[in-house]
Design a protein around this ligand. Structure first.
Ligand code: PLP
Length: 221
């Protein structure tokens, strides 16, 4: 019997094909399901199909949905991918296994305090604003190295990767390549880039983690 092609199957196949085309191994590209604005029922559907890696962009929303889901699926891995306010850092450190939006000294300072206090160590990525867009979070590419040093040397944080969101309406590839160069310069193994509309280009440029919402869940409310 041939199973029906679900969005998860289809995306998994497209990720594998894009990796192979780039001479990379499919298992070196992780699929994050971005579940912002999605109901617990919709998330359950993906969990039942075997997906375990999820992303949310708001602390409150993740706090409402994920503790109950985790009670059933303890091996869920949840990353924060939205702008993080310093007054939500304690909750974020409790809730998330990774925080990909580290982008300013005040946040590094709070994270350092909470990580020491809670003894929990979420995987941290620095967000890079490759398009230098004022409305977007992230450090400027030219400031990435200095911010990385501040995080590691001054605040004692362990940084594992970079994350970026290319400007809409532009060719994303130069932005992806810039993220890859920054990750290489800082010797960071994780490069979180690529969304529903551009994940294959991101994989060609070296993404290790694609973040997909609409392509997996259909349109959000
Ligand atoms: C919403 C979101 C995504 C997923 O976007 P889609 O276009 O639905 O795939 C990825 N990354 C971040 C930071 C997001 O906020």
């Amino acid at each position: 019997m041939i199973a029906a092609q679900t969005p998860l199957n289809e995306i998994t196949n497209r990720i594998a094909a894009a990796a192979q085309k780039a001479g990379r191994r499919p298992e070196d590209v992780m699929l994050m399901a971005v579940s912002k604005n999605q109901s617990p029922e919709a998330i359950q559907g993906l969990l039942a199909a075997g997906q375990r890696f999820f992303g949310e962009n708001k602390v409150q929303e993740a706090a409402r949905k994920y503790p109950a889901l985790r009670a059933r699926y303890p091996d869920i891995r949840l990353h924060m991918i939205g702008r993080l306010q310093t007054n939500k850092v304690a909750q974020a450190v409790t809730l998330f296994d990774g925080i990909e939006s580290l982008d300013r000294p005040s946040l590094a300072s709070e994270l350092s305090k909470e990580i020491n206090k809670q003894g929990r160590l979420p995987r941290l990525y620095i967000q890079i604003n490759t398009g230098a867009e004022t409305q977007k979070g992230g450090v400027l590419p030219t400031e990435a190295e200095a911010f990385f040093s501040l995080c590691t040397k001054h605040y004692g944080l362990t940084i594992k990767g970079v994350m970026g969101i290319p400007p809409t309406g532009e060719d994303p590839t130069p932005h992806f390549l810039l993220l890859r160069i920054i990750a290489a310069r800082l010797s960071l193994p994780h490069i979180s880039m690529g969304m529903s509309s551009d994940f294959e280009a991101a994989i060609a440029a070296g993404s290790t983690e694609v973040r997909l919402g609409r392509a997996l869940f259909g349109s959000r409310i």
